[in-house]
Design a protein around this ligand. Structure first.
Ligand SMILES: *Cc1c(COP(=O)(O)O)cnc(C)c1O
Ligand code: SF4
Length: 526
């Protein structure tokens, strides 16, 4: 007797499982229409002739469906086990990685389906609950036209950084012209601005959506009643014990910050440095910078220098060029950062000259730009363009967001923020838990656990390089991530998958093997 050819074929476990299940008799069988039978026959014919994997997959998918839904067996349709084995084998042969039809249909596709189900709600809600400034651009342009007119700005004023600063909204009168709010709100703002400084650029004000309760742009830029109600001790931004030299802040080895200015293009209501920046703009003397640079020069340990403020981009181009140039001349300084929120609050600042300065310094030693975007609404076509231009000239653009109530404290809002900045050439770096140190903004704080849930929810659900680290600032940056190491069991580590909660055993490295020094080439020595 001639053995069927297919008997020589060894099926993989997934395909074998699939075929066995297809031939399994089900208690109840219902009829399928002739039309459906014809369709399956048609799929079979195509699958037999094809050089592609998809028709084979389609054929098996349809067989599986008629078995699952109607209890139809392949025999009922005129297919033998052997027929199916041959076609299944062809799938494996065609596929570059020898993926089998059983593996693809019964494992791979359901895994993708399950993965997609995890983000379905996000995908449905993201543009409604957390629209970006790109999605809102039509409304923003309308706001811009209205604000420009109300403040008497010309087109050139709007499009220049000096214009944005000159027409910055820093009084209740300006605010009333630019942003419509309830009477009572104006009254409170009048009082609160006696104690706290308000300044928002007209551009940033145009991102506020009129009529929206607690618009995330409004809440970040216009001081509210709570700032007085919560008033307490204002913690100075630099405790004397963190400043080893003029303008310098250091508590880590090898990295420090130069606070090069106390000015910003806008003043954020959640600013940690509220006591420092919120009072009076100050221009620092060259001597101050020289002393700071001297401190860096004399300590060969220092390799990473962060120029912050305030906002580094508030400095004139010449000053930025000079500071970066001085740092580049110091041999042990290997890498630099500039801290700025200006591409968010006033992207027109990013001019060609500044971009050239960034590139020139980056060519000598890597330069990164660290920014602060807290909501997708802050990414507009204009700020995205600024970040794109910056990203072409520096080694990385990174984001440090602050976790703020109502602004980015849900999965949808935080995921949307991270994906939006990712698409705007920015790498999410840190998310800070809003500090306890300044009682003025305690109404914007979010519990640590809420933040943990949000950040952990991103693992396995959005691109890995769009996931920030969650940090508390308490005498240094302390990571808040919960560990996924659940326990140890029989020499195995039990890990938890953040996206499903499923526990998996992970065999740890063998300690004896690890302790052996005579490995690789070391075995030839001694
Ligand atoms: C945040 C900070 C740094 C930089 O910390 P990274 O974790 O490297 O981003 C350095 N010095 C001071 C004083 C800081 O506050
Ligand atoms: S840009 Fe930064 S330093 Fe300036 S006010 Fe906002 S949070 Fe504070």
């Amino acid at each position: 007797m001639k053995e069927p050819e297919s008997s020589k074929i060894v099926l993989d476990e997934f395909t074998e499982e699939l075929l066995n299940s297809l031939f399994e008799k089900k208690g109840q069988k219902s009829e399928i229409s002739d039309e459906q039978k014809q369709k399956i026959q048609q799929l079979f014919n195509v699958a037999r002739e094809t050089n592609l994997t998809k028709p084979i997959l389609d054929f098996f998918a349809e067989l599986k469906k008629s078995h699952d839904d109607y209890g139809i067996l392949p025999e009922d349709l005129g297919f033998s086990y052997d027929d199916l084995v041959k076609i299944a084998e062809k799938h494996r042969e065609i596929d570059e990685h020898h993926v089998t039809v059983g593996g693809r249909l019964c494992r791979a596709l359901p895994i993708v389906e399950e993965a997609n189900a995890r983000v379905k709600e996000y995908v449905e809600k993201k543009d409604i609950e957390a629209p970006s400034g790109i999605e809102l651009w039509g409304k923003i342009k309308e706001n811009a036209r209205r604000i420009k007119k109300a403040l008497g700005m010309k087109e050139d004023d709007w499009n220049s950084f000096s214009g944005q600063l000159r027409f910055a909204i820093n009084s209740l009168d300006d605010l009333m012209k630019a942003v419509e709010l309830p009477e009572e709100a104006y009254r409170d703002i009048r009082e609160v601005t006696r104690h706290y400084r308000m300044r928002l650029t007209p551009y940033y004000a145009s991102l506020i959506m009129p009529g929206r309760v607690n618009d995330p742009i409004l809440v970040q830029s216009v001081p509210t009643r709570e700032m007085i109600d919560n008033a307490g001790i204002e913690i100075p931004p630099v405790a004397a014990d963190h400043s080893p030299a003029r303008l310098i802040d250091q508590f880590y080895p090898r990295v420090l910050t130069i606070k090069a200015t106390n000015m910003c293009a806008m003043y954020c209501t959640h600013c940690l440095r509220i006591a420092h920046i919120g009072k009076k703009d100050r221009i620092y003397s060259k001597e101050a910078y020289r002393e700071a640079l001297d401190y860096i020069r004399q300590d060969p340990y220092i390799r990473d220098v962060l120029i912050t403020g305030g906002d580094a981009f508030i400095l004139p181009n010449d000053m930025i060029r000079w500071l970066l140039g001085e740092l580049d001349k110091i041999d042990h300084v290997r890498i630099k950062r500039l801290g700025t929120r200006i591409p968010v609050t006033s992207p027109m600042r990013v001019d060609e000259e500044l971009l050239d300065i960034l590139e020139e310094s980056n060519d000598i030693k890597p330069l990164r730009v660290v920014t602060q975007v807290n909501t997708a609404q802050e990414i507009t076509p204009v700020s995205r363009e600024a970040f794109k231009q910056i990203s072409k000239r520096v080694s990385a653009v990174m984001n440090q967001a602050v976790l703020l109530k109502g602004i980015n404290d849900t999965r949808v809002k935080m995921w949307k923020l991270c994906e939006t900045i990712h698409e705007a050439y920015i790498r999410p770096y840190y998310v800070f838990n809003c500090s306890f140190r300044n009682p003025q903004f305690s109404h914007l704080r979010v519990p640590i656990e809420v933040g943990q849930d949000i950040i952990e929810s991103m693992y396995g659900n959005i691109s890995g390089d769009a996931i920030p680290r969650y940090i508390a600032t308490a005498g240094g940056k302390i990571p808040l991530h919960r560990t996924n190491v659940v326990r140890k069991e029989d020499g195995q580590i039990i890990l938890r998958k953040p996206w499903s909660g499923e526990e998996v055993a992970y065999p740890d490295a063998d300690p004896d093997v690890y302790a052996n020094d005579r490995y690789a080439f070391a075995r030839y020595w001694k």
